[in-house]
Design a protein around this ligand. Structure first.
Ligand SMILES: [Zn+2]
Length: 210
């Protein structure tokens, strides 16, 4: 985790220096960025009901309601700090719109995210261990502990994700264009992640690499 700072020309960013080279004013130290990020992602992805946070079917909650819960837990947090966290988040985990906020991916709560745009990639990727890959080629890719399967838009990203779990990832290639044409809804969470309820085996093949 990195500090959040603010550049007068480019707004909130993570790290020491802005992309323009300017070292902006410190907004939040990295330890607090980590705590705040973990709590907000928990609220928006996993346990809104634990804090009586009302969530609609597309994952949206009231930004004011969320801010109140967050600043009760962390006295140093407030709406501006939360916005700084969201706007400086390079993975675009969250979306803020019309006084509402949601996570764009990573949910274990039951959401539809029906207003996310459709993914346009012809091919998507999923990295996993060898045994799991073999099973997926037979029965398809289904979410485990998550509401959606998270697919990657590039081989490199899928490998990066898989390396968190296995030393020797197998990369599966998904014919997203064909799946879409057959009526399977695949949505875009950010530039690297696409979400789908399930991918049947006929759209999956193994990527052969040297
Ligand atoms: Zn700057």
């Amino acid at each position: 985790m990195e500090d959040i700072r603010i550049c007068p020309n480019h707004g909130y960013y993570r790290g020491e220096k802005c992309k323009c080279g300017y070292q902006g004013e410190l907004i939040l130290e990295k330890e607090k960025v980590e705590k705040l990020g973990r709590f907000i992602s928990g609220l928006l992805r996993h346990f809104p009901q634990k804090f009586n946070l009302e969530m609609d079917k597309d994952g949206w909650v009231s930004f004011n309601a969320l801010s109140r819960i967050v600043s009760r837990k962390y006295k140093w947090a407030n709406k501006w700090i939360i916005k700084a966290l969201i706007y400086s988040d390079e993975k675009k985990r969250y979306e803020l719109k019309d006084d509402k906020i949601r996570a764009r991916y990573g949910h274990s709560v039951d959401v539809e995210l029906s207003d996310l745009p459709e993914s346009e990639e012809k091919t998507l990727y999923y990295g996993t261990g060898e045994e799991e890959a073999d099973r997926m080629l037979e029965i398809g890719i289904k979410p485990v502990n998550q509401t959606f399967v998270h697919l990657s838009t590039t081989i490199e990203k899928s490998e990066e994700v898989a390396r968190l779990r296995t030393d020797d990832p197998i990369i599966l290639e998904i014919d997203a264009e064909k799946a879409r044409n057959d009526g399977i809804r695949i949505v875009k969470a950010n530039d690297y992640i696409a979400l789908v309820k399930e991918i049947p085996p006929e759209y999956i093949k193994k990527v052969n690499r040297l």
